[in-house]
Design a protein around this ligand. Structure first.
Ligand SMILES: [Zn+2]
Ligand SMILES: [Zn+2]
Length: 455
């Protein structure tokens, strides 16, 4: 194995690219909400005071001159974190930019996103990371955390400079959109990631087993005459990653789990204390491949929608915490790119503005999870895995806060999205809950009533 040239002592801590702080940071009084802080187990009706951008002691008495948010009937949660987002900048700004993607996130209740590195050029070196962080400082309205590629150009051949990426501030590495097929390359990547205790995120797809596939291999692919992308192509890489995590001691998160067998493999590995983790997406728990009946390309994503048995396994995995993360895989594509034959359309759908409502519909209304359990997968769990100084309402913490109305019924209208793209399978859906305020470092960035606050 090649020698690591970077000395750990030289490495600076990973910092988010946060919006430029206003000075002094704002103070705020949030009155009478249901405070749910999964990090501490707190769940009670109480007031929350923010002093200069940080959560105050629970005993703090608010100064009566503070701005007040009446939170009666609302949930007051740590700012939501989506750890799987494609912002498309640089190189894909007809689909999304850091400015529009973070506005979509804020309007969905998110105070932090983790940007995937499959930009153009890919984020496989410190220069691209520096560019993305600078653009985020200038244009993002919420926190943007960055990932770096596992391999140069995401080609799966030569390792990216993982030490330099870490030094540049990435909080995880991934080739998302691609999957490293060479097991020896993946093993060496994990050896490096282990040295920096960086989380590795993997898009689990065996290319030979899924070659040419555009939807789940099964009854519907046969009926529709479309090439199948079978579960086994995901399961095989999940099994590989479990073995490599055991060998190297590196932490691996399996992205966008879609298959029942993958859930079982990860559950069994966790019982043996292997450091593997998993995330689930709204579309895989809300939809099945039967939705593709009309060849609508807004139902085409990677991995594909699967069957009822997989949906049930994902829900069971969320319920028993085999799957600790909920995220969107927000993957914007311009209309002209999606308005083609199903087989030719790009994979992926937008998700930031609908995911909280979809999760509430499937998981809360479906009695799979309660609010504290669901919010843990959107706050403290991603914060801990990525080692972010976020995801809690503990006194002294950065005041990233999301207010949610758990009884706000609304209908999805894609024409009203803040995202530059409209590729959603959920247009017209009735959803039971919605974020009402998105607060970053004590500043209300967006509210349902007043829209965006310009900084
Ligand atoms: Zn992916
Ligand atoms: Zn992705």
């Amino acid at each position: 194995m090649a020698r690591v040239r970077i000395k750990l002592a030289e490495v600076s801590p990973s910092l988010p690219s946060s919006p430029l702080p206003t000075s002094p940071l704002p103070s705020l009084f949030i009155r009478g909400g249901r405070i749910i802080d999964p990090a501490s187990g707190r769940d009670e009706i109480a007031d929350l005071v923010v002093i200069e951008g940080r959560i105050a002691e629970t005993t703090a008495r608010p100064d009566c001159s503070l701005p007040v948010i009446e939170a009666d009937g609302l949930i007051v949660a740590p700012g939501l974190i989506d750890m799987h987002v494609h912002l498309r900048e640089p190189g894909g700004t007809q689909k999304e930019t850091i400015a529009t993607g973070t506005r979509a996130a804020a309007a969905g209740g998110f105070t932090s996103v983790l940007a995937m590195p499959n930009t153009n050029p890919p984020a496989d070196g410190p220069n691209t990371i520096a560019l993305m962080r600078q653009r985020a400082l200038e244009t993002a309205c919420i926190n943007v955390f960055t990932t770096g590629c596992i391999t140069v150009g995401m080609k799966g051949e030569q390792l990216a400079p993982i030490g330099s990426l870490f030094k540049a501030g990435v909080v995880a590495i991934t080739d998302d959109g691609h999957c490293v097929q060479n097991n020896e390359v993946m093993r060496r990547a994990l050896d490096y990631a282990r040295m920096f205790d960086l989380l590795t995120l993997d898009h689990c797809q065996d290319y030979n087993l899924s070659a040419g596939g555009v939807m789940n291999e099964g009854y519907w692919s046969t009926v529709l005459g479309l090439p199948g992308w079978p579960r086994i192509a995901e399961d095989m890489i999940v099994a590989r990653n479990i073995l490599l995590s055991e060998l190297t001691g590196a932490r691996i998160l399996m992205q966008h789990l879609s298959s029942a067998n993958s859930v079982r493999l990860i559950r069994e590995a966790k019982q043996r204390n292997v450091k593997v983790h998993a995330e689930a997406m709204p579309h895989h728990i809300a939809l099945t491949d039967a939705s593709i009946e009309g060849y609508n390309t807004n139902f085409k994503m990677n991995p594909p929608l699967r069957e009822r048995i997989d949906q049930e396994a994902l829900l069971a995995g969320l319920a028993d915490d085999t799957i600790e993360i909920l995220a969107s895989d927000h993957a914007p594509h311009a209309s002209y790119e999606k308005e083609v034959e199903f087989a030719d359309a790009p994979f992926g759908i937008v998700g930031l503005e609908t995911e909280l409502g979809i999760f509430a519909k499937v998981l809360i209304e479906g009695r799979v999870l309660d609010w504290p359990q669901m919010l843990a997968k959107l706050t403290v769990n991603p914060a801990r895995l990525l080692k972010l100084d976020r995801g809690t309402l503990a006194p002294g913490a950065v005041a990233d806060i999301t207010l949610i109305n758990p009884k706000h019924a609304w209908q999805v209208d894609a024409t009203k999205f803040y995202s530059l793209s409209r590729n959603t399978p959920f247009n017209g859906w009735e959803l039971p809950a919605r974020a009402t305020h998105t607060i970053v470092s004590g500043r209300v960035v967006w509210s349902l009533e007043s829209g965006f606050t310009e900084r």
